[in-house]
Design a protein around this ligand. Structure first.
Ligand code: ZN
Length: 470
């Protein structure tokens, strides 16, 4: 039986519905709120996309550059964890993973939270298309969507872009829409075309070696991480080229989605968000894919926002932003008054005064499901050293990573952006300062956890009472 504690946020969500409908319907000066298109480039590193300078030099605009030219690029954007589930949870709720629940230790987005789709559902038609099997109705991610297509069931469905085109063609045209699209082309197995791959391969690469590396599997990844499979630098270079080309492939899908909006006449009244959920290790730190660490190879993600008059002009911002800032940003752009927002841990990116000392925080829970994978793929490997919780806390260029056994690493990203040299021994005062700050943050959240579900500001409570919900 639901508790009264759970009722309050739901009522708040309904209140937003009322406020939004009133705002949209009653004021002659208000225009209809913009559409929102959230495109998640699964497994896409911040330094792999064309907006950050990996263009091919052929004079043509790489796909994402086109969007970036008209929008705003957040060049220091980070995600909140190493992999899909916690990152999407934060993009949907504006909360860190330990608060929203979708992570290794529970795998379920809390049902009592208001997701972005639920918050927009009163005013927007909502549709989700997920190519990632983690993002599905069972893990709680379909909450709030009128249409939610588990697009990884590819045998049953048309390609995702075609499905989006069909949905756009049959929607109610007078309603704004919220579209969520997860694209998986950058995820292993990397399958770019030969033509795309040629742009990234080192000159003189033997086609037979390329063919061999094209079949590099998830089992091979585990064997590499377990130290049972060694790869010469030449093979790693091919693998990195395959990954980069796969990222370029996913960027091309963004281009098609933007074209669809243009054809529908909706592009300039749509907040387009292109974001990565996490990056990818291709041999860095002795790792493959995206688990077991909170290094920037996984945390740094692309983030581009575009909406004329709001996010435009090809601006580049390097303030410390994270993917959990997206829900408050969307509500801000759509025009929901702030006192009606649910309790977010992220902040709106419309705000121009994000302080440089704002911490960038990430969390990784104990990877029990990964242990099972290794039992199958590398049964002789001692998994215990990888079986740990991690937290990272970065302020400015200094980043602390701490595990649940008290081990710490410290990196100075200004001189060591790839986090190769742990300076925790040389700089104990910085370790202590950041560690204390992390502890303070953790304590503040414990307090909020006990109070937060029922704690609402007086104005909101008054509105709830006036509307008869309390
Ligand atoms: Zn992912």
């Amino acid at each position: 039986m639901p508790t009264p504690v759970k009722h309050v946020p739901r009522a708040a969500g309904f209140l937003i519905l009322v406020a939004l409908l009133q705002a949209v319907a009653c004021s002659p000066t208000k225009q209809r709120p913009p559409n929102v298109l959230l495109i998640v480039l699964d497994t896409t590193r911040g330094d792999a996309v064309s907006v950050h300078g990996t263009a091919t030099g052929d004079g043509l605009l790489a796909p994402l550059q086109r969007l970036a030219q008209d929008g705003v690029v957040f060049s220091a954007a980070r995600t909140v964890s190493a992999w899909t589930l916690p990152s999407h949870g934060s993009m949907f709720t504006g909360l860190y993973p330990s608060r929203h629940g979708a992570h290794h230790e529970s795998h379920l987005l809390r049902d009592d939270l208001q997701t972005l789709a639920e918050l927009l559902a009163p005013t927007h038609a909502t549709a989700g298309f997920s190519e990632n099997p983690h993002i599905n109705a069972h893990t709680g991610f379909a909450q709030g969507f009128e249409v939610f297509t588990e697009a990884w069931r590819k045998k049953r469905f048309e390609p995702t872009v075609v499905q989006v085109r069909d949905w756009l063609g049959t929607r109610e045209r007078e309603r704004p829409f919220f579209l969520f699209v997860n694209l998986m082309d950058a995820h292993l197995p990397y399958r770019p075309s030969d033509e795309l791959l040629q742009e990234f391969l080192p000159p003189g690469t033997d086609p037979a070696d390329v063919q061999r590396m094209r079949s590099f599997s998830k089992i091979d990844c585990m064997k590499f991480e377990a130290g049972e499979l060694r790869l010469p630098e030449a093979d790693l270079a091919i693998l990195r080229a395959l990954y980069r080309a796969a990222v370029r492939k996913v960027e091309a899908h963004v281009d098609r989605l933007v074209d669809l909006l243009e054809q529908e006449g909706e592009l300039d009244r749509t907040l387009v968000i292109v974001v990565g959920d996490h990056g990818e290790n291709v041999g860095e730190h002795g790792l493959m894919q995206h688990q077991f660490c909170l290094y920037d190879s996984l945390l740094r993600v692309p983030l581009v926002l575009r909406l004329p008059g709001v996010f435009d002009g090809g601006e580049r911002r390097d303030d410390p932003v994270q993917v959990l800032d997206l829900p408050p940003t969307v509500l801000d752009v759509v025009g929901v008054p702030r006192h009606l927002w649910p309790s977010f841990e992220g902040v709106s990116l419309l705000s121009r005064d994000l302080r440089p000392e704002r911490p960038i925080i990430a969390e990784y829970m104990r990877p029990e499901t990964e242990r099972r994978r290794f039992r199958h793929g590398a049964p002789d490997f001692d998994f215990d050293p990888l079986d740990r919780r991690l937290q990272s806390y970065q302020v400015g260029d200094l980043k602390l990573i701490r595990d649940d056994q008290g081990r710490v690493e410290l990196y100075d990203l200004s001189s060591d952006p790839h986090e190769r040299t742990d300076v925790s021994t040389e700089r104990p005062q910085d370790v202590e300062r950041l560690s204390n700050a992390l502890d303070t943050w953790l304590r503040s959240r414990e307090t909020a956890r006990t109070l937060g579900e029922v704690e609402m500001d007086e104005e909101t409570l008054e509105e709830l009472r006036a509307l008869g919900y309390l």
